[in-house]
Each structure stands twice: as structure tokens, then as C-alpha cells.
Design a protein around this ligand. Structure first.
Ligand SMILES: [Zn+2]
Length: 106
């Protein structure tokens, strides 16, 4: 899952928490329980999705649309090159290709 999603999901969780607090002020017990359950399940679900789903590899060249992007330098974490049309972008992280430098330990 994309790191971009962490911001809206976090805001959603914060909104859910605020909603639960507002509900707790006046709502019946069942609604409070449901709201608290949602507040707990949303971040937990997000965490599980991030942990269990593999990252999407993006190897498509933005210029020629070939599935041929590769690291410019296998030792670096940034910089990709297209093997088909010689397109280069030194600012793209190689992790997007599913590539990790050999010195990087999990
Ligand atoms: Zn290309």
C-alpha cells in the first residue's frame, strides 16, 4: 500500500475518534461500542493491509511504456534507467522496481 494513503487514513482515524467521543457524550451504548470498534478496527486493518500486501512494482517506462526500467547503479537506492529507450531518471527510488541494494539488510 502506498505511503500516500497514511495521511488520509490517519485523518480518517482521527475523525473516527472525534466522532466516537461526540457519540459518547449523548448516544446509546450500542452506538458508542460501534464507534469505538470502528476506531480500533480502521487503524488495525490499515496496519494489517500494509504488512500483508506486497508493494506494487512499477517498472513501466514513462517515455516508451515498455516494462523495462532497471536501476542505473545496483549499489544506489535512487536512479532508474530504461533498457529499451535509454530514458533515465536519477530521482526515482529503485525500491519502486522491487529492487533493494545488496548492502541493505531486512
Ligand atoms: Zn523506455
Amino acid at each position: 500500500m502506498s505511503p500516500w494513503l497514511s495521511v488520509p487514513v490517519s485523518l480518517g482515524a482521527a475523525g473516527g475518534l472525534a466522532g466516537a467521543l461526540a457519540l459518547a457524550a449523548w448516544a446509546p451504548e450500542a452506538a458508542v461500542g460501534t464507534a469505538v470498534g470502528v476506531v480500533i478496527l480502521v487503524p488495525l486493518g490499515y496496519f494489517l493491509a500494509c504488512t500483508l500486501l506486497p508493494g506494487v512494482e512499477e517498472k513501466t517506462c514513462p517515455r516508451c511504456r515498455e516494462d523495462a526500467l532497471e536501476p542505473m547503479d545496483p549499489a544506489e537506492r535512487y536512479g532508474v534507467r530504461c533498457a529499451a529507450c535509454a530514458y533515465e531518471d536519477p530521482d526515482v527510488p529503485t525500491a519502486r522496481l522491487g529492487w533493494e541494494p545488496p548492502d541493505r539488510r531486512p
